[in-house]
Design a protein around this ligand. Structure first.
Ligand code: SF4
Ligand code: SF4
Length: 313
């Protein structure tokens, strides 16, 4: 290796180590520190005037076929999907303003979307400078239409399967989904999400979700979704949780306790590049208080369907 390259590499390692020490002093974990550094590296205005960012996610479906108790998108309480034409309009609009490195299609459960093949093909065409990913709980892959598998193959969208079920039936259905993907020659990545369930909200006596009332700074420091910029209702949100809560409140499916976050103003469709950058660069916002300030791992659990029907109806 050339001497100047060695010096550059040593400086990079030194910068990284110094950052880690600083993060430790501030009470931020190493993985969180890496996320913050990566995000700062990505966030900038490109030569063509668009804002570069690391991560963009879109909930294609608001609801889910599972009812995970600690769902960060509050999908067990929501239902419906965003039509493909509307998604294409949002994507076209925002693709003129931002360039995400990675675009995640998720939900809820994206495989519930009746026009998923169309959405995947449109996404590939519109987000043509981004790496495209679809995240599913995998349960429905055994039944998904050939059209969707063809769209996945054609676009080479990365498939990420997030394993949430630990019961026998859930495991079998998940395995059947993997077999279908194997047979179709589609590569995938499996995340054992059930091992990392942490409490994202509290519950009242009826089992309904209620937000935390944390110190916003502390909640932001331990937050794993701090840079999961989310597109919902043709607006950009700092994170998927703020988007899901705001949409859920407007849909009337979340209790009054969640309304405190309505003070949060997402990025409007007519925002300038400077305004987008300023919004995404800010760290904690007051509304981060709805998130936990300590990490509490919990046992994976599905909400009783009966209880859910009774409370949401
Ligand atoms: S599978 Fe994912 S989106 Fe569906 S309820 Fe569980 S955590 Fe939420
Ligand atoms: S509201 Fe704040 S703490 Fe909660 S997920 Fe979003 S960025 Fe993180």
């Amino acid at each position: 290796m050339k001497p100047d390259k060695i010096v550059r590499e040593l400086k990079r390692i030194w910068g990284h180590m110094t950052g880690l020490f600083q993060a430790q002093r501030m009470g931020i974990s190493a993985s969180n520190h890496i996320r913050i550094t990566e995000n700062k590296r990505s966030l900038r205005i490109d030569v063509d005037g668009r804002v570069r960012l690391r991560h963009l996610e879109i909930d294609l479906c608001k609801g889910c076929n599972l009812r995970c108790k600690q769902c960060t998108h509050l999908s067990p309480y929501r239902s419906g999907y965003i039509p493909a034409t509307r998604l294409a309009e949002w994507f076209t609009h925002w693709s003129r303003k931002i360039i995400p490195e990675e675009v995640y299609l998720l939900g809820g459960e994206p495989l519930l979307h009746p026009e998923l093949d169309r959405v995947i093909l449109d996404s590939k065409q519109i987000w043509n400078r981004s790496s495209l990913r679809i995240v599913s709980n995998g349960i429905l892959f055994s039944k998904v239409s050939d059209k969707v598998l063809d769209a996945i193959r054609t676009t080479r969208i990365q498939v990420i399967l997030s394993r949430h079920c630990t019961d026998k039936e859930g495991k079998t259905t998940f395995r059947n989904g993997l077999k279908r993907l194997d047979a179709a020659g589609i590569p995938y990545t499996v995340r054992n999400s059930y091992r990392h369930w942490f409490r994202q909200h509290r519950e009242n006596d009826d089992g309904r979700p209620i937000p935390f009332d944390s110190d916003a700074e502390k909640a932001w420091k331990i937050c794993r979704s701090k840079y999961c910029v989310s597109l919902a209702g043709n607006r950009l949100y700092k994170c998927s949780i703020l988007a899901a809560v705001r949409e859920g409140v407007h849909e009337g499916v979340l209790d009054n306790a969640w309304k405190t976050i309505l003070s949060y103003q997402p990025i409007e469709p007519n925002a300038s590049a400077d305004e987008i950058l300023e919004h995404l660069r800010c760290d904690a916002v007051a509304e981060c208080r709805i998130c936990p300030e300590t990490v509490e791992l919990v046992t994976p659990k599905q909400i009783s369907f009966e209880l859910l029907k009774r409370k949401v109806a």
